[in-house]
Design a protein around this ligand. Sequence first.
Ligand code: NAD
Ligand code: MG
Length: 392
Amino acid sequence: MSVRRVSVFGATGSIGQNTVDLIARDPDSYNVVALTGASNIAQLAQDAQKLNADVAVTADESRLDDLRQLLKGTGVEAAAGPTALNEAAARPSDWVMSAIVGAAGLQPGLSALEQGATLALANKESLVCAGKLILKTAKDHSARILPVDSEHSAVFQALIGEDMAAVERVIITASGGAFRDWPLDQLEHATLAEASSHPNWDMGQRITIDSASMFNKAMELIETREYFGCTPEQIEVLVHPESMIHAMVGFNDGALMAHVGPPDMRHAIGFALHWPERKTLPVERLDLARIGALTFRAPDDVRWPALRLAREVMERGGMAGAVFNAAKETALDGFIAGQLKFTQMAGVVEDVLSAVDADQSHIDATMTLDNVMQVDHLARKAAWAQIRTKAG
Ligand code: NAD
Ligand code: MG
């Protein structure tokens, strides 16, 4: 196969490092255009040099001189700031990994689609806050989006060769996160360190806390609706503590196609990297006899109010997802900063959803990037006001 031009946005994070790992195993197959990061410029510079990238970009403008220094004499160009990120995304590439965390990943993702690249989308926030916009941009530029979330990659794989009209339901699984079995009355005392530790997956801190609160699964409900075009009623969440079955698709003849694999994101990343082929990947092969049993239970709406909120967001449609995502990101900032209790995050999101626009004008606005960013800004402001009230 010919050499492919690839870029990794959010290269220094958990998904980014797994992507760099897969690319580095087969360097002759790839021409690396751009790698990006934020604060960890030592890692960024090291990987950019190792993969001989054209450009390394840090989101943090104040680190440009340091990055230049680290890359001196390597032939790798250094750049910094949001504009540089977008410019890097607009450089011709065949495949772009979108693994920035948060709504900051939206704009580079759109730029990558506009130049026709295949977008490997780990940044689920893009689909939650601007699903219609990102899908339309892909369509307008004949670009493809491949999901890089374990559940959505699993659904995508279970649907190969199938007709969506024959799909009755899509089941995405959830491990239940750090507090699955905690007594409910202890949850409000959960510390940042406790919320930042996941039983099965090794991921960035934000998504790990979102797994404990189930906001990650809430986002994934919306992601499923946007990406696969299912109705909210067709999508179910199933708690599956072992994280071996990532998703199941139920068909109209009663069959359930389950995707089973170890909890290792290199499967979903590698699948998107090699699609439409399958290539050997360095992930564990499951020994099901040794594992013995897989268990399932229904999600508990009292423990995890985020799931109910996601269903309300899907009901409201329009830009409710942008409000939801921004409020959730801000509530998480508040929890990480010690200004909110773990159990107060859902309340902030709920209050912002009702407060941001009771008359629906923002929710109903046309989904352009500017409007999404404006709604995002308003929702963050409203969320900080809620956090101050709750903290005070
Ligand atoms: P992470 O925190 O480990 O890494 C985030 C990356 O984004 C880093 O490279 C960081 O430098 C960069 N970044 C942070 N803020 C930025 C900003 N404002 N502008 C530009 N770059 C910025 O996160 P992660 O766990 O790798 O997750 C990345 C994305 O993938 C998230 O959207 C997450 O929901 C999704 N995801 C992650 C996993 C996983 O296993 N980690 C699984 C499924 C989906
Ligand atoms: Mg997931």
